[in-house]
Design a protein around this ligand. Structure first.
Ligand SMILES: Nc1ncnc2c1ncn2[C@@H]1O[C@H](COP(=O)(O)OP(=O)(O)OP(=O)(O)O)[C@@H](O)[C@H]1O
Length: 230
């Protein structure tokens, strides 16, 4: 099943002669259950693409469909609802609330979706267990390693059981050992639960974990390569 269809996607910042053409017309499809890396040099358009796919930004032109739904032309209120309920996003800097425990960081988002307190708590603990943080539910971010903090952020993103999990350089602030822990979690979510994942990275060794690598260069898609997972 096709999860994502992108056709001739363009994103220009500014207008006229001085416009920055961050995406110059990118097309591809992603199937349900794929784990895809988006690579490319700094400034090639990776974050711009991911933000549009995660409905955090609008394209200047082109079409974007998730599970057959033309999200690029949805009214803003519906886009927000879709983003809140169906899209998981993991940021480079974790974006956790320092005063809250791991469980509370995950729980708060479920509550925002309108779930009951009891259900939200149960969902949060399940998500934390899935990312290997059993026994650390009550720790605040300062009592966790960088890799553990990122795993809390992943738990928060998957608690809603999103159609797609997006991650923008999730290991950028982590050493190799913590990066491996985080990538192992993504791999397990992908293999065990069939989670579709789209991850921006600039580290070639991260591609050992994925099914496919899409490479951007100066706003164009220049290669799309299937990988043998390590
Ligand atoms: N808000 C903005 N306003 C103007 N130009 C922007 C904006 N955001 C990004 N750009 C430009 O668009 C181009 C693509 O940026 P983008 O952040 O998508 O690249 P990237 O591949 O993610 O880079 P990096 O690896 O350094 O994060 C760059 O030339 C960048 O300077």
């Amino acid at each position: 099943m096709k999860m994502i269809i992108v056709k001739d996607l363009k994103r220009y910042y500014g207008t006229g002669e001085t416009a920055v053409k961050a995406l110059r017309g990118v097309s591809f499809e992603i199937k349900k259950g794929e784990f895809v890396a988006i690579m490319g040099a700094s400034g090639s358009g990776k974050t711009t693409l991911l933000r549009i796919l995660a409905l955090l930004d609008d394209a200047t032109d082109g079409e974007y469909t998730i599970r057959g739904l033309q999200v690029s032309s949805l009214p803003e209120a519906e886009r927000s609802y879709y983003r809140l309920t169906q899209v998981g996003y993991v940021f480079q800097d974790y974006a956790l609330i320092n005063e809250m425990s791991a469980a509370e960081n995950v729980y708060v988002l479920s509550m925002m979706e309108g779930k009951s307190r009891k259900e939200s708590y149960k969902t949060a603990l399940e998500a934390l267990d899935k990312v290997g943080l059993k026994g650390k539910h009550n720790r605040v971010p300062d009592e966790l390693s960088g890799g553990e903090k990122q795993r809390v952020a992943i738990a928060r993103a998957i608690a809603k059981k999103p159609d797609i999990l997006f991650a923008d350089e999730p290991c950028a602030n982590l050493d190799t050992s913590n990066s491996k822990q985080v990538l192992d979690v993504f791999k397990e979510l992908n293999e065990k639960y069939g989670q579709t994942i789209v991850m921006v990275t600039h580290e070639p060794w991260h591609t050992e974990y994925v099914d496919r690598v899409i490479t951007l260069e100066d706003g164009n898609l220049v290669s799309d390569e299937k990988k043998q997972k390590g």
